[in-house]
Design a protein around this ligand. Structure first.
Ligand SMILES: NC(=O)c1ccc[n+]([C@@H]2O[C@H](COP(=O)([O-])OP(=O)(O)OC[C@H]3O[C@@H](n4cnc5c(N)ncnc54)[C@H](O)[C@@H]3O)[C@@H](O)[C@H]2O)c1
Length: 355
């Protein structure tokens, strides 16, 4: 990103956030950013991302964008929270031995200073064990500790369940059909992608998976899934499931995509806002990731905070299907994009909840 593009980023110029904190960790010197987008519906919640950024601007833009999306995700999921996010901007080389525990303590210190206005969870680069450390050192303000340490554990199964529910609802709405015989491509065979792929295959869909890490192929084959070594984005598919890291769909890939429905867990799966217009022009329906990926956070909040059992929690995750149908109805009736419709449905939900 060049300087002009960076300064043109609307989030950087005019953030609508309640608080943004940026400082180096006292133990590691790693720049840490925490953004609280909104606490109007309850404390801000959102994952802790640990990754390399080429500049502070880039890390700051990420934390602003991701925390804003979390407010929308919480509203759509009807959770008593607003959006927040933490980002640790580590160097693009492996951390020195012993640095990682110090980094997690640095993050915990910053979260502790926010007095419960921000609660964290796992994201790219962080996991349940890190959440246990943050929970212990930041007065309990972390979700998804391992179950053995009193938390709700890995959020991936909840996220995968939500993706399958979203896909099923979207398919019924757009194609009037079920999963059997559907040709689905899952890009990214990580924690969520492999669970989604296996569930879809169990429902008789024809599933093809791909990953930049070819070493995952034996695991895919062990699960009876077809592996694509080629670029899945251009294959003849009914549904494309982006389950890799963000920015997978660019204007160019959107122009050559042959699926008619795109629904997956990847955060920020569209490289920029213009990609949605390209998909729409080509008649490809895109389900915004703020709703498709909400199953994990619903699981964590329902289990750890609302004290719901697994059955009631799964019912809350399954309600993602109703939200997807409503988003598609609003987009059709008002002639808007699905992301505009998602914002309208969040506002509708917010009004209904506060009545
Ligand atoms: N785990 C959750 O509960 C959760 C919740 C919400 C959103 N998400 C989002 O869903 C996505 C997947 O999450 P995950 O937990 O499975 O991550 P993961 O790191 O376990 O898996 C991601 C996989 O994508 C692969 N990959 C990366 N770039 C790729 C590319 N260009 N093409 C093909 N494969 C590529 C990686 O090799 C890896 O196997 C991420 O964007 C994450 O932010 C995850």
């Amino acid at each position: 990103m060049d300087r002009t593009q960076r300064l043109a980023d609307p989030e950087l110029l005019d953030p609508e956030h309640e608080e943004v904190h940026l400082a180096r960790g006292t133990r590691t010197g790693v720049p840490l950013a925490i953004a609280i987008h909104s606490t109007r519906s309850g404390p801000a919640i959102g994952g802790c991302r640990i990754r390399g950024y080429s500049t502070w601007h880039e890390g700051l833009a990420d934390v602003l964008r991701l925390s804003r999306a979390m407010t929308l995700k919480c509203a759509l999921a009807e959770l008593p929270h607003g959006g927040g996010k933490a980002v640790a901007m580590v160097p693009d080389r492996p951390l020195a031995p012993g640095t990682r525990p110090a980094l997690i303590r640095d993050i915990a210190d910053r979260i502790a200073q926010l007095d419960g206005r921000y609660l964290t969870g796992p994201d790219l680069g962080s996991g349940p064990e890190d959440m246990a450390v943050i929970h212990d050192h930041a007065q309990g303000w972390a979700f998804c500790r391992p179950e053995s340490r009193g938390g709700s554990g890995d959020s991936s199964p909840g996220t995968a369940r939500g993706v399958v529910v979203a896909l099923t609802a979207a398919l019924a709405h757009t194609h009037g059909r079920g999963l059997s015989g559907l040709r689905v491509g899952v890009v990214g065979f990580g924690r969520v992608g492999r669970l989604v792929a296996s569930s879809l295959a169990a429902a008789d869909a024809q599933v093809i998976v791909s990953d930049v890490d070819d070493g995952l192929r034996p695991e895919a084959e062990r699960r009876g899934l077809a592996w694509a070594s080629t670029e899945l984005l251009h294959e003849e598919l009914d549904v494309l499931v982006p389950a890799a890291t963000g920015g997978l769909l660019t204007a160019a890939t959107a122009r050559s995509c042959r699926a008619t429905l795109v629904v997956g867990p990847a955060n920020n799966q569209l490289a920029d806002e213009g990609v949605e217009a390209v998909l729409r022009e080509r008649g490809i329906v895109w389900i915004p990731d703020v709703i498709a990926s909400a199953g994990g956070i619903i699981h964590a909040v329902c289990r750890e905070e609302l004290d719901l059992d697994e059955v009631a929690t799964n019912a809350r995750i399954d309600a993602i299907g109703d939200k997807v149908s409503r988003i598609l109805e609003v987009a059709r009736d008002q002639g808007t994009t699905t992301s505009q419709a998602a914002r309208a449905v969040a506002a509708e939900t917010d009004q209904a909840v506060s009545r």
